[in-house]
Design a protein around this ligand. Structure first.
Ligand code: HEC
Ligand code: HEC
Length: 239
């Protein structure tokens, strides 16, 4: 058996840049599915549709392309109306996906093409829908275990997260998290900003990576490690 095949059997993620071909592990598929949940168009090198999603409520504050991202209706914490999106500018009243844990991915793929969702194969190919479904069934977690919803504080420990941050993330984001600015020079957004303002988004992106961009996925690591990383990131400068 080749070392590659051994790695797959052992459940380790095989580095892959192309979607098709090669031996992909299920873990890699789940990570890819998590990125598709974040922004399928970015992952697939496409544009989000221009018109607002037909299932997006008229009372909602978002419009056009953004309303086609799974996270816009179901939340970064996968809890929809019961989670962080129960109020604020992303509120929709739509339910979350927590009841879908362990559900047959085939049934989930069916939901994606139903009259509510209307995703076509031109938008998200069949193989990619299967990865999304794998993420929904096997990749999502209960973020309330790691993040206090009221204070947005991580339940992890910054001291334990520091070695992870400094050896894994700092190479691109800098020791202080300020090497990459996600917004504008006038209104900067750094790792420290996101960690405080939207810890659920932080946790999702740390687990699965950033769509369409070469950023690592920590999906093979325990969720508690990511909570520690979040705790450390919440101590980094916001400005
Ligand atoms: C514009 C809003 C919207 C977007 C975007 C959206 N959904 Fe949904 N989704 C809904 C609504 C509304 C329901 C509930 C439908 C119902 O109960 O009939 C739902 C239900 C679901 C369910 C079933 C949940 C359950 O417990 O029955 C799954 C799974 C699901 N969505 C996955 C996804 C995925 C994956 C994506 C991204 C590819 C996505 N959705 C994008 C609105 C949306
Ligand atoms: C190989 C380089 C690289 C590594 C390693 C890396 N990142 Fe990133 N990360 C990026 C890039 C590039 C972006 C996108 C920046 C942009 O959109 O302007 C990004 C984006 C992000 C974002 C999302 C910003 C947003 O608003 O969308 C977060 C959060 C983040 N990284 C956290 C982390 C954490 C935590 C680690 C360590 C586990 C990490 N990154 C490791 C390169 C990296």
């Amino acid at each position: 058996m080749s070392s590659l095949a051994l790695a797959v059997t052992a459940g380790f993620p095989v580095p892959a840049t192309a979607d098709e071909g090669g031996s992909r592990s299920q873990v890699w598929d789940i990570a890819r599915g998590g990125q598709l949940y974040d922004n399928w168009a970015k992952v697939l090198g496409k544009e989000l549709p221009k018109e607002t999603h037909p299932a997006y409520p008229s009372t909602g504050k978002q419009k056009s392309g953004a309303t086609w991202r799974c996270k816009e209706c179901h939340g970064w914490d996968y809890k929809g109306a019961d989670g962080a999106y129960s109020k604020g500018s992303h509120q929709t009243g739509i339910k979350g996906l927590r009841a879908m844990v362990g559900v047959d991915p085939k049934a989930i793929v069916k939901i994606l093409t139903d009259d509510t969702h209307r995703y076509t194969e031109d938008m998200i190919g069949r193989g990619e829908m299967e990865k999304l479904a794998l993420f929904v069934s096997l990749g999502q977690i209960d973020m309330d275990l790691h993040i206090d919803r009221a204070t947005r504080k991580s339940r992890g420990e910054a001291g334990r997260g520091a070695p992870y941050y400094q050896t894994i993330c700092a190479v691109c984001h800098g020791f202080d998290g300020k090497t990459l600015n996600f917004r504008t020079p006038e209104d900067p957004e750094y790792v420290g900003t996101i960690a405080r303002e939207n810890p659920w988004e932080f946790m999702h992106k740390a687990r699965f990576g950033q769509p369409g961009i070469p950023m690592i996925s920590l999906i093979t690591q325990p969720d508690t490690m990511i909570a520690d990383l979040l705790a450390l990131s919440q101590t980094l400068p916001e400005k």
